[in-house]
Write a protein that binds this ligand. Structure first.
Ligand SMILES: NC(=O)c1ccc[n+]([C@@H]2O[C@H](COP(=O)([O-])OP(=O)(O)OC[C@H]3O[C@@H](n4cnc5c(N)ncnc54)[C@H](OP(=O)(O)O)[C@@H]3O)[C@@H](O)[C@H]2O)c1
Length: 332
């Protein structure tokens, strides 16, 4: 059985290029999906506290470790949620994650978003009028230092971030001298992020592509239905999803498509090669039709913070507190 390609990180560790995403995998679906994935060669799982299904993933892992796979041959990523950015809460949440998954370490722990919520009031703390309660005092540097300390406990082998821009990355690296090994970001042919890709390449920070199939949070046709993707898939005798995953792989990303359907879980894992010409044609889609789907300022309830500098975030009242000056975050 093939276990797929791997990519070397800054530390020399190898991350499997294709992983299974688990966001929006419903109860009773994700246990099955994880078991099918591992039995069919996946060695990389993408989890998060906020997906609220890590205990089910843990049940699947019990069925396959050690009979199908040794723990050390799996790559398990999870993410620290916004309501636990404060160091004592971060340590507590990591322990909760480990107990849910039923393992004594994670391969990779990420800061899920460059946004702190007020702690101790649930996953989505809200004011009486329903607005999300941000914590503008706890900076990204404080939370990054908490992850650096958690790595020293051995409970996480590698640390990284998610949804970070170049500015956020520069801020935490400048303050601590420690580079995240991975930045997990939305990445598909509609969202090229050339600047971020170039910066991360220069710094040796690996990018993992989330929503690689362009998971549709806006009312746009699905990328798997795009005529060019369909044409190339037909030519290669591949699925549209395989073409999109191949595009991400050719950009050097690890790619974490989510599916709960057996045939898709299996076919998404089979890597196909794109020619330079087809890769370039697909890349052109995003040059003409730039789309970022995942913008928390547009969630309901909204996070009143500008994360990416997108025009749609211009009405947000707050900016990210990168390095410890709450005043800077109070008003753009
Ligand atoms: N760090 C972050 O902030 C963040 C944000 C979003 C996502 N993520 C991670 O990235 C993973 C993937 O992103 P995503 O879930 O947003 O989107 P995605 O993987 O791009 O797309 C998932 C959607 O595509 C469908 N699908 C899967 N395989 C398919 C195929 N072969 N043909 C057609 N449709 C297919 C799935 O439905 P079925 O399940 O029915 O097949 C699901 O509706 C997440 O699950 C999560 O682990 C991280």
């Amino acid at each position: 059985m093939s276990f797929g390609n791997t990519i070397k990180l800054l530390s020399g560790a190898s991350i499997p290029q294709i992983g299974l995403g688990t966001w929006l995998s419903k109860p009773h679906e994700v246990e099955n999906a994880v078991e099918i994935a591992i039995r069919n060669g996946y060695r990389h799982l993408d989890l998060a506290q906020i997906y609220r299904n890590q205990d089910e993933v843990g049940r699947a892992l019990k069925k396959v470790i050690p009979s199908v796979v040794k723990r050390e041959d799996l790559w398990i990523t999870s993410k620290l949620w916004n309501s636990a950015h404060q160091p004592e809460y971060a340590a507590e949440e990591l322990d909760l994650t480990l107990s849910q998954i039923g393992t004594d370490y994670l391969d990779l722990y990420l800061i899920h978003w460059p946004v702190a919520f007020q702690p101790g009031k649930g996953l989505f703390p809200k004011s009486e009028d329903g607005a999300i309660l941000l914590d503008l005092e706890t900076s990204l540097v404080t939370t990054w230092k908490a992850l650096i300390n958690l790595q020293k406990t051995g409970k996480v082998k590698h640390i990284g971030v998610s949804n970070f821009t170049v500015e956020h990355l520069e801020g935490i690296i400048k303050a601590t001298g420690v580079k995240p090994e991975v930045n997990q970001v939305e990445a598909h042919p509609l969202l090229l992020q050339d600047n971020l890709v170039e910066y991360c390449k220069k710094e040796g920070i690996h990018l993992t592509a989330y929503s690689p199939l362009g998971n549709n949070l806006k009312n746009k046709p699905k990328l798997t239905e795009h005529p060019l993707i369909k044409e190339i898939a037909q030519k290669l005798g591949a699925t549209e999803a395989q073409v999109l995953i191949a595009w991400g792989a050719k950009r050097g990303y690890s790619v974490i498509p989510k599916s709960v359907q057996e045939d898709r879980i299996k076919s998404n894992f089979k890597q196909v090669e794109l020619s330079e010409e087809d890769y370039n044609r697909i890349t052109e889609i995003g040059r003409k039709d730039y789309t970022r789907f995942n913008i928390p300022n547009h969630y309901n309830p909204s996070w009143n913070i500008n994360l990416f500098g997108e025009p749609e975030e211009a009405t947000a009242a707050h900016a990210v507190n990168v390095s410890g000056s709450p005043e800077a975050a109070n008003k753009l």
